[in-house]
Design a protein around this ligand. Sequence first.
Ligand SMILES: [Zn+2]
Ligand SMILES: [Zn+2]
Length: 334
Amino acid sequence: MSEFRQNLATKEWVIIAPDRGARPRDYASEAEHNGDVPGHREDCPFCPGNEEKTAEELLHLERDGSWLIRVVENKFSALSTEHSVARREYGRFLKSDSYGHAEVIIESPRHCDTLATLPPAHLEDVLRVYRMRISEISMMKNIAIVMLFRNYGPRAGTSLEHPHTQIIASPIIPPHIRDPFQKAALHYDSWGSCVYCDMVEEEIRQQERMVYENDAYAVFCPFAARTPYEVRIYPKEHNASYFWTPKEEMAPLADALGTALRAMHALLGNPSYNLLLRTSPVGDEDVRYLHWYMVIVPRMSTPAGFEMGSGIYINSVAPEQSAEALRGAVGRRQ
Ligand SMILES: [Zn+2]
Ligand SMILES: [Zn+2]
């Protein structure tokens, strides 16, 4: 049985999950990732025809009589809402059953699709499904935070090539997420403004790290980017919660995200990347000091001992250079 355990000194939690079983795996190498990807694979659990190989379906969107997007429970997750949330002492340590929820959003029936190659209307549907699921999961009992992330390519840690995104919902807000929230609250107490609104305004004013913007979103490489070509997407209007994004802002979001990913693919040649969606904890959707955003980190290098030991990243490409190169790649064919 899996469980949460807390590091007594740092208050960080880990999930100890010895019984997860063998997870499906499509590909092992970078070379395979850059080769020709078929539109359909018999042995892929996410391809049409293999629906019974996935766990319970939670939602699907249909187009022309067949599914376009499917959401299923993550059957390899260590988390379950059947478990208890109660913390238990174990000597001086603290642990708890692995309460939580995990699911997978299968973003297209076509095995070879990527977010960068989806038609805008399909990408908008994907973003709408993210919103529906975050909103639904936020209503589940005892959930404190909903985390959405996408691992693309072997260097980003994914085992399946079929386009998909994962959601993990937890009763615990991890310290590395809580910490920036607290700093944002302090900034609000000092200046009376949302630190993210201030940051977006300053990036737009300075322009040198901007990659793209439309009426509703700003896309830029942040001033203190930790890695080469790290890109962030922020709504220009203050909004703490992704699921409070107005309906009319989903098309511009698809435009901003699609533009960023296509530029990244064109410039870096189909890179592995991690995409994270950071949104407010459950119950803090209307606070004035938090602001949802997306971050895309291409996996150009693996953080090494220096980064692990110091917590200070060494970024070998200045964000001004990254942004200039990405701007040049906006609209370029892959
Ligand atoms: Zn597939
Ligand atoms: Zn804000």
